[in-house]
Ligand binder design. Structure first.
Ligand code: SAM
Length: 311
């Protein structure tokens, strides 16, 4: 399924909840404590199935924090069973991953991205509001032991806050076969709008000249590696190296609305078509066609709270 700019849309990101058990400083404070209308696993199956009928091949489950939902394995199992879906991955903060990793793998989960912005307990607590670093590190081990592959780590660096911990994060990729990816801070919060805090991909390469280009994997990250590294370092630079021209994504929110672009507040509600499921693919195609050409994070805010829309 192509949008009006000729981009093939094949990747669906599904936010299964707005709730989160962390309160990351850059994510934008939201009402994420409140349990809002969250769709049931079966409704997610119907909606994701309609996207699959439109050509979606890959699903990423995100949030909020997807592992706060007790029925997360059921959601994954239903999505993995949809005709046309080739991979289902998960983005999580990893706090509950140790207890869920094996069950998620059994449910059909292919791979996992774990958010980790610091390996220092105090900095982690400052960034997330929780004393959970040890649990996240155990979650990373559990994901690898369960056979989820690849296991990738996502880190957001902020100048003077956690950027002095970048080398310790890179060390994780040196020692283990995991990809550590640095995502540029985006304007979804007061911190995000402060460009002075942003550490760009280019700056990381200047700071760590031992990083040399590695193979791309067709995603948004540019990969680098170093002598003796077991894994890779990825740079995701949505602000300074915008990748909208090749964007293949569409987002389904936890209440059944579709968000075609992270840079705009515009959403389209699919819930009115739930009783008329044969019509869903047709409505989805109309929405995909309207996907904007791209965001303008360099000049315009992305609004508030990535945990609301699904990071
Ligand atoms: N709770 C899950 C997690 O922590 O991975 C999924 C949702 S979270 C919103 C997804 C990702 O968005 C995290 O890796 C987080 O670091 C990233 N994120 C949130 N706000 C951001 C911002 N302003 N700029 C860049 N990345 C951000």
């Amino acid at each position: 399924m192509k949008d009006d700019f000729g981009r093939e849309i094949s990747y669906l990101r599904v936010s299964v909840t707005q709730r989160c058990n962390l309160n990351c400083v850059y994510c934008g404070k939201t009402d994420c404590e409140k349990k809002e209308t969250e769709l049931s696993p079966d409704v997610f199956r119907i909606l994701a199935g309609a996207f699959a009928a439109c050509g979606i091949k890959k699903i990423r489950v995100t949030g909020g924090e997807p592992l706060v939902r007790g029925d997360i394995c059921e959601i994954i199992r239903l999505m993995r069973g949809l005709p046309g879906i080739e991979t289902v991955s998960l983005t999580t903060n990893g706090v509950y991953l140790k207890q869920y990793a094996a069950a998620l793998k059994d449910a059909g989960l292919d791979s996992v991205n774990i958010s980790l912005d610091s390996t220092d307990e105090g900095v982690y607590r400052h960034l997330t509001g929780a004393d959970a670093l040890r649990r996240v590190l155990e979650g990373i081990d559990a994901a690898r032991n369960a056979g989820l592959s690849p296991v990738k780590l996502n880190a957001v660096l902020m100048r003077g806050v956690n950027d002095d911990g970048a080398e310790a994060l890179i060390d994780l990729a040196r020692k283990q076969p995991i990809d550590v990816r640095f995502i540029e801070l985006m304007p979804f919060s007061e911190q995000g709008e402060n460009a002075a805090l942003r550490i760009t991909g280019e700056e990381i390469l200047r700071r760590f000249p031992f990083l040399k280009p590695s193979d791309a994997d067709g995603g948004t990250a540019e990969y680098y590696t170093g002598e003796g590294f077991a894994g890779r370092v990825g740079l995701i630079s949505p602000v300074t190296r915008k990748f909208c021209d090749g964007c293949n994504r569409i987002r389904l929110l936890s209440d059944g609305r579709v968000k075609p672009c992270l840079g705009y507040d515009t959403t389209y509600d699919l819930m009115p078509y739930l009783g008329d499921e044969a019509r869903l693919p047709e409505e989805i195609k109309k929405i995909i066609r309207k996907k904007p050409a791209g965001h303008s994070f360099d000049t315009r805010s992305g609004g508030r709270g990535l945990n609301r829309t699904g990071g």
